[in-house]
Ligand binder design. Sequence first.
Ligand SMILES: Nc1ncnc2c1ncn2[C@@H]1O[C@H](COP(=O)(O)OP(=O)(O)O)[C@@H](O)[C@H]1O
Ligand SMILES: [Mg+2]
Length: 334
Amino acid sequence: MLHRRTSLSSRVSRFLSTSCFRRHENPLGLPKRPPPPQMPRRGGPIEKRPIPNVRKVVAVASGKGGVGKSTIALNLAFALALRKNQQTQAPLRVGILDLDIFGPSVPTLMGLQNAGEPELTSKGAILPLTNHGLPCMSMGFLLSSSTGDNTDTPIVWRGLMVQKAVQQLLFDVDWSKEGQGLDVLVVDMPPGTGDVPLTLGQLVSVDGSVIVSTPQDVALSDVRKGIAMLRKVSVPITGLILNQAYYLCPSCESHSPRYLFGKPDNFHKVAERLQVPVLGELPLVEGVSASADGGFPYVLSSIATVEKTDGSGGLAWWTNMAQVAEHVASSLSL
Ligand SMILES: Nc1ncnc2c1ncn2[C@@H]1O[C@H](COP(=O)(O)OP(=O)(O)O)[C@@H](O)[C@H]1O
Ligand SMILES: [Mg+2]
């Protein structure tokens, strides 16, 4: 039996209201369940545990905002879902968890910004929302507004509440998907090296991470910090992606790439110095941005459509993303 949606919505909005009594222990106001693992005290043992009903976890991260993490996380998830399980040959079962508490973009990218709030199971777990056949969960679904569109609702939380909300999003979502569970959960990370990546890295056995950068030196320096932090909490680095690496003008005579944000030389030097493989270089493509805003993952477009609308740049983006998914799948033994 499912509890009505309003119960979760009213709990969260009551919590967000400034006049209410705020408790750190249960920011999402979920019904009582066994306690999630606690953040280790300084010097204490690190207690990592699996996410229920999830076989493998891969995080898409970067030290910096606006470099394309969410776009890549979403398209990577769908590119993985188009692949088969190496053992059973069944299509991979994939989910997306948006851990960008302060700037969730998965609801928009999934075309679910007006989908309403998730329902709860009788045991008090949150049920993911699904579109294009893929389940997802995001803080953005848990913020209610009178219009039903949550995109403009800000969230103002302190560190402890963030940690607890992340714990609930990690351990209180029901990914069982009619008993089968997920082969892989793709986690869209917030920018920076703050509470969220730390909480994820300390509490969950993460199987891999894809680090996104753009060619600019500022982005690269943040990437170095991000990688150092993930390594500190033993999150394996699967590889780097250089996003917005170049532009191929579909309607120009010249077909040579334009390096709008600088040549990729520094990026390759950083990758080499850090001994991290480069998974792909994705061009800047108009259709990628437009389809993200439209809630439709670019990888679900056919190659013919991609080539027609975005020319060789679209084709390069599409094939590179498929290769990234292949690399991730093989490195995680999916
Ligand atoms: N390769 C690309 N080509 C065109 N637009 C892109 C590309 N990568 C990202 N974008 C756009 O850049 C903006 C920021 O991307 P987003 O995925 O939200 O970044 P982040 O999650 O790192 O903050 C979005 O408008 C997105 O559509
Ligand atoms: Mg994002």
